[in-house]
Design a protein around this ligand. Sequence first.
Ligand SMILES: *Cc1c(COP(=O)(O)O)cnc(C)c1O
Length: 465
Amino acid sequence: MPSASPGPAEDPRRRIPRTDDLLALPELVGARDRLSGAVLRGLVGEVQDRARRGVLPPEEVRGEVLAAVASRSATCLRPVLNATGVVVHTNLGRAPLSETAVQALITAGGYVDVEMDLVTGRRSQRGAGARRALLAACPAEVPGGLDALVVNNGAAALVLATTALIGTGELIVSRGELVEIGAGFRLPDLITSTGARLREVGTTNRTHRADYASAIGPETAGLLKVHPSNFRVDGFTSAVPIEDLRSLADEDGPRPGTGHSLPLIVDVGSGLLTADPALPEEPDLTSALEAGADVVIASGDKLLGGPQAGLLLGRAETIRRLARHPLARAVRADKLTLAALEATLGGGITPVSRALHADPERLRERAERLGTAVGAPVVAHEGRVGGGGAPGVPLAGWAVRLPEDLALLLRTGDPAVLPRVQGGACLVDLRCIPEPDDGRLAEAVRAAQSRRGTHPETPVPDGGH
Ligand SMILES: *Cc1c(COP(=O)(O)O)cnc(C)c1O
């Protein structure tokens, strides 16, 4: 019989909208100045793929594509509410910038006079504003005057100082100060990668002036002191103060090759410009310079609360040697960093400082309000400075205690919330949450509770914010 056989039902995959038709939707055309053609094509392909695998009805492809395009941002970095109580959280990008610094970043995104004197129309010193702001914020008096240089990060600053001042000579450092700075990177490896030779003196817990004195010899090219900022050795310990290292370097007299006395490099790590009574054991750049360092090194995105940067402050002559070294060009800071750093230094209180100095009573009130809103108890919880700063200093505070399995739901919610998981509980600490975000945080917790399906009171619909 010639009649057409009934056959199987039409293949639903034939009803999946075609790529070109989807890309031609006005919403996708409109998104082209925000997202590249390749990104849009990728989004379309992913949705079509789900329909081909039968997990999405073909009729819903168009709507899904529109939703995917609308929610897709140009970067996959997602904002996170830091509920860990750890102020400088390395995995969350260390210091959150102040509003002022963010504004400066946006301004610097366009053409800016970073290396141009608009009056003369000639080239000017790069980043002069950030340099001036650093000098203004660091009142140290040093022989021959103070100068400053900004590079990419603390590690780059250390590499530049070692390369330019030590060469292939010997750099003397205490065994107790050869730290690993995170993610498997170790200061000794960083230093020897420049060609300098490390001469370790003393022991892990105790190093004396005499250890340095007997190590100084014809091969010595400098002395290094590192603030071991991410751990603490308690008990029977001893380290040599910067003043003593200065006098050792000076007693050694001018070096035959250079005519200078041995350079003393001090890596303070966390970037306090002046002493902070809340962090009594944390060294600061001003004190280190006045104690006799030729150059001090610190990060911009730890306690200073600014962008990732390496700060070098020191005697004008030493800084000039660093700035002229070819490596300085390879590690120079970009205009965005310079703008954000200057704005951090000249702006108001930073989010890092606000979190560090948060009033415990206020934290308790906020925690109790959150606890009431989400039906969970408030417990005492110590915050941390973090990011390699003041390792032994607990910051008195409070947290809302939730069941441990809520942590994943909080991390994957919108907004994403990173709680602290400890002792079988999920702790939400408000220290690092900007107060205006308390409401969003409460909603995020309620949404997580409702996704978990055990919320005791009014359930919040998924995505109902
Ligand atoms: C953090 C730190 C560094 C590295 O600085 P980055 O800005 O992370 O490159 C170097 N030395 C010390 C003592 C530090 O604490």
